[in-house]
Design a protein. Structure first.
Lengths: 211, 121
């Protein structure tokens, strides 16, 4: 009986692996800013819905680290650091929700040699696509060599100034579009430890099924 | 063949129905450089037969105050874009066009996409 219970729970966990992998998708981002070290520029992050029917999704910016200097927001100098449904202040976690049209975080920044952070994308649009939404959502990160955010830096996208974007697709997947050779956006890691646990459970199932 | 429209006689174009074409879009990323919200609108042939283009997407009832900056032209009072490089769409085939929308109020941008096959000029 105990053996059957173990088998049942291991099989259940094993079967849920596909669902779990559709949860938060996290990208590790590293930017080599050594060519503009010392520049008094700015950073911009935004995450917005589309113009049609959009399902709820969120983005978190985690583990922001740099040897550059965030200028204003942490000191509460700017009143427009957060626009729309954005909470938090860098270098602490930022959380963006796509329930308003324009969700943006902007701060002046004196560049050092590197910036790194994680972008975690999650919510019903990823974990349970409803099949009725007709718009995705898009996250965009940009760097500028001026404090007003008008002169793009470290990007080939001189028209719009994006370093990279992450699109949330209608099927729950995400798509990264890079525009910066100095910016490395890693492949997503959907819950590494959960996947490891799931793999071990699957091994357990195989062993228990042996006579 | 010409058809009568609100703006006069135009070369033939046909409004494609919901059983023929599905319209979806990406999210709208905001550019501080161009001060526009940028995304892509995708049309997919969901019928069982090929639909001959070119294809025009009219942004019907676009939010007041919002402007389609890369419009091909106007169809009545609404802007439209031509889907590039889409001569025809086989069943299941898709094609996309970028949209660049200026909206000084940063309020929600909405429109009803109306897809036409044929040309407006």
């Amino acid at each position: 009986m105990r053996r059957h219970k173990l088998l049942f729970f291991a099989a259940l966990l094993c079967g849920f692996s596909g669902v779990v992998s559709a949860g938060p998708i996290t990208y590790d981002v590293t930017v080599n800013t050594s060519s503009i070290t010392g520049t008094a520029g700015s950073l911009d992050f935004n995450f917005n819905p589309g113009p049609l029917v959009t399902q709820a999704a969120s983005v978190q910016i985690l583990n922001f680290m740099s040897n550059g200097s965030l200028v204003n927001c942490a000191a509460n100098v700017q009143t427009f650091c957060n626009t729309g449904d954005v909470s938090g202040t860098l270098p602490a976690t930022l959380t963006f929700n796509n329930d308003t049209a324009f969700n943006d975080y902007f701060d002046d920044f004196t560049f050092g040699t590197t910036i790194s952070f994680d972008v975690s994308v999650y919510g019903p649009a990823l974990s349970a696509p409803n099949g009725t939404a007709t718009s995705g959502s898009t996250f965009a990160f940009s760097m500028f060599s001026d404090a007003d955010g008008t002169i793009p830096a470290l990007t080939t996208d001189t028209v719009d100034g994006f370093a990279f974007t992450v699109g949330v697709n209608l099927n729950g997947s995400t798509t990264v579009t890079p525009f910066s050779s100095e910016t490395n956006v890693s492949t997503p890691e959907p819950g590494t430890f959960v996947l490891l646990g799931t793999a071990l459970a699957c091994v357990g199932v195989l062993r228990l099924r042996r006579p | 063949v010409f058809q009568l429209t609100g703006t006069g006689f135009l070369p033939s174009s046909t409004l494609l129905g919901g059983s023929q074409i599905a319209v979806t879009s990406s999210g709208l990323a905001y550019s501080r450089v161009s001060q526009t919200f940028n995304g892509a609108v995708t049309i997919t042939n969901i019928s069982n037969s090929t639909i001959v283009g070119p294809f025009q997407i009219v942004l019907y009832s676009l939010t007041a105050g919002a402007t389609l900056m890369n419009a091909t032209g106007a169809f009545g009072e609404w802007s439209y874009v031509t889907v590039p490089a889409a001569g025809s769409l086989a069943p299941g085939q898709s094609a996309s066009v970028t949209v660049e929308l200026k909206n000084p109020s940063n309020a929600t941008i909405n429109f009803t996409p109306m897809t036409y096959s044929g040309s407006f000029n």
